[in-house]
Design a protein around this ligand. Structure first.
Ligand SMILES: Nc1nc2c(ncn2[C@@H]2O[C@H](COP(=O)(O)OP(=O)(O)O)[C@@H](O)[C@H]2O)c(=O)[nH]1
Ligand SMILES: [Mg+2]
Length: 355
């Protein structure tokens, strides 16, 4: 640690620096706000019983029995269009849509009735072969210049089924055959370059769900990409890593913002703002990594585990002393420390949840 004079000198240097960054920092905040408030609407549709509602729940990190979960099975038979906002990321909404061609939503009027244009993209869920109506819908979506992805659901059932019947069972080969079969069927019915993902909503970390999440993220427009990424469940270590990288790339904006605030000549002002800023950013990390209490409570074994395992720490205590307005460098460093700690906690929670 340098002595008091060093620190003061540094403070003045940084103070000068931050003056120059004022307007840029404001622009940064504007674009960060825009991103935070950028809504994303994802339609999940398909035949009744195909597993739409279960998928909508799973992708939001919920079990079918959780509060706020979409009703499933025989109770989930309503034919309504229902929005399900992500519990930690309310700007990301999944819509549970009835399949096309039901009595309330006949094919001819489907597009208008569900207000098609409001969705950013479509996920068409099917539990076995794709229905004529699903294909019709896919073509309509394509015609409107929007994107859709096929989810072949309940793949765990197929695997279990084959496993019990075949003596030399090869899971990869089974999956490949199902995939090829679906693609061929779609192409025969005139769907251009279909993308199909084999998913079990009960085991999102297996099969093609991680690939689906990757693909959606990649194909979304820039502003919506991060909102989507942060709302995804941590179903692989790579996912956690990608979230970390995305969060990391924004640290410089927050640091610049905090430095600009430090330049405001009001006593105490920057301390308060810094604290609010840091707390807000860190809370984004916490929910982005699914480390908030409600998400953690879902991993039943975790509470006992924390008691048992000495030194297990999954939420960093907010220890950065904000006794003076933070400079660019200190904010940068503080956020880096928190981000690293939370990302590695997320990795540990993921491994524990698997084991
Ligand atoms: N094994 C298995 N069952 C599933 C899966 N997804 C849904 N189900 C079951 O399929 C049934 C219908 O699911 P639901 O989500 O209500 O279908 P929806 O009518 O399309 O909304 C329920 O009993 C679910 O538990 C899955 O990935 N694997
Ligand atoms: Mg349903």
């Amino acid at each position: 640690m340098g002595n008091v004079f060093d620190r003061k000198d540094r403070g003045i240097r940084e103070h000068r620096l931050s003056y120059g960054q004022g307007p840029a920092a404001l622009r940064n905040q504007e674009s960060l706000d825009k991103e935070k408030n950028c809504p994303l609407h994802i339609a999940v549709t398909g035949e009744h019983g195909s597993g739409k509602s279960t998928f909508v729940n799973a992708i939001r990190g919920l079990d079918n029995t959780d509060e706020g979960a979409a009703p499933t099975g025989s109770v989930g038979t309503t034919e309504d269009v229902r929005p399900y906002p992500h519990p930690n990321h309310p700007n990301v909404t999944f819509w549970d849509l009835p399949g096309i061609g039901t009595s309330k939503y006949p094919s001819a009027e489907f597009v208008e009735l569900v207000r098609f244009e409001r969705f950013d993209f479509f996920i068409i869920v099917s539990a076995d072969r794709l229905r004529e109506n699903d294909v019709k819908l896919a073509k309509e979506i394509q015609r409107m210049g929007k994107k859709f992805y096929f989810v072949r659901s309940k793949i765990d059932n197929n695997i279990r089924d084959k496993e019990s019947r075949q003596r030399e069972f090869d899971a990869e080969r089974t999956l490949m055959l199902i995939r090829e079969n679906c693609i061929q069927g779609l192409q025969e019915q005139g769907v251009r370059s279909p993308q199909i993902f084999l998913v079990s909503s009960f085991e999102l970390h297996l099969y093609d769900f991680p690939l689906l999440a990757d693909t959606l993220e990649r194909e979304l427009p820039d502003l919506r990409r991060d909102a989507f990424l942060f709302s995804m469940p941590n179903n692989s270590l790579e996912m956690i890593d990608r979230k970390k990288t995305a969060f990391h790339s924004k640290i410089k904006y927050f640091a610049a913002l905090s430095a600009a605030v430090a330049a405001v000549p009001l006593p105490g002002f920057s301390v308060v703002v810094d604290f609010i800023l840091l707390a807000a950013v860190v809370s984004q990390y916490v929910s982005g990594f699914g480390l908030n209490t409600s998400s953690l409570n879902k991993i039943a074994s975790l509470a006992t585990l924390m008691k048992k395992e000495e030194g297990y720490r999954f939420i960093p205590v907010f220890v950065i002393p904000v006794t003076m307005g933070l400079s660019f460098l200190t904010t940068h460093r503080a956020l880096n420390i928190c981000l690293n700690a939370l990302a590695s906690d997320a990795g540990r929670v993921f491994r524990k949840a698997l084991s």
